[in-house]
Design a protein around this ligand. Sequence first.
Ligand code: GLN
Length: 252
Amino acid sequence: EGSSLPADSGHEGKGEIHLVHLYPREMSIYGDLGNTRCLAARIRRHGYVPVVHQHHPGQPFPEQAHLVVGGGGQDSGQSTVEDDLERIADRLRGLAADGAAMLMICGMYQLFGKAFVTVEGKTLPGLGIFDVTTRGNEQRMIGPVVLSTDHGDVVGYENHSGSTLLGAGQAPFGTVRHGQGNNGSDGTEGAVTAHVIGSYLHGPVLPANPRLADRLIGWAAEQATGRDFEPAQLDDEVARQAQTRQVRRLLG
Ligand code: GLN
């Protein structure tokens, strides 16, 4: 069921951007729903019309999708969505190959990789959009994170037992300056393939990092309209100050 956000104004702005939130019931912990709300609000402030679809297991996948987001969940939530994810796998892989923008956090990041082996030894096969493999551990990686990325400093919060290894050619999303990241040892965090970003960062991550939010929106706007992104000037002073405070507090 798609819920179109501002259907009242009667004009189309700079164009519609269709945003699909994957499994908001099963995979949306630690405030990840805030990413969807942030994207919808910023899309509107940039002068486009956000159309938000919630994709639940068993439902038809929305016909239009320019931006796809997924959040974190417990291992049990990941098992619940596994069959549906396999059903829509070709569509998601096709969208990714065509350049759609995607942000997959934590549990969904793991399922966009090749496989997630739980701490009990159960293997959940993934979509293989990222060349990464994840293994559950007894010890969790928990705490605040600061990354350097192509989109500037990114701040957030991690809480995962999965330890992720990147394949030889796989680009990470960022470099860890504080925190554990993919595995606590190689200094990488997340993964990026074309316009698909995977990351362990909750927070939710986008309201705290508006530059990253706008990069995703920009990619999606180009997909949706066939034209360059036409951003509006937004006031992000509050987020900028909060981000600077977190970086200073953690890095001195
Ligand atoms: N169950 C996964 C792990 O602990 C994902 C956790 C999460 O999404 N926060 O690694």
